[in-house]
Design a protein around this ligand. Structure first.
Ligand SMILES: [Zn+2]
Length: 97
């Protein structure tokens, strides 16, 4: 895994807010910034770092690409989150140490 410049912000009150979208959410990455409601385990951090890379690759166009990947996954029965190709990619990173 290559390292990537990032910062992690732990903001406990975000937990309630994020539940509106995803009941078991833990963190969201916006650009190089990872917002989480608690400290991340190493595997969880690897997951979010992959999102930092995805932001780096697509820049401001990433949210749109992410949403379109969600729609594509939803239509093919993969669910908007689980089957989203960016999440699949990020989950692969969790396993690598
Ligand atoms: Zn993710």
């Amino acid at each position: 895994m290559t390292t990537v410049k990032h910062s992690v912000h732990v903001v406990p009150w975000l937990r309630r807010l994020g539940r509106v979208l995803l009941p078991n959410w833990l963190a969201i990455t916006i650009g190089r910034h990872i917002f989480a409601w608690r400290a991340l385990e190493p595997a969880e951090l690897r997951h979010e770092l992959q999102h930092v890379r995805q932001w780096g690759q697509y820049g401001a166009g990433f949210p749109l690409r992410y949403m379109s990947a969600s729609v594509k996954s939803l239509l093919s029965g993969g669910g908007w989150y689980q089957g989203n190709r960016f999440e699949v990619e990020a989950r692969r990173e969790e396993a690598d140490s």
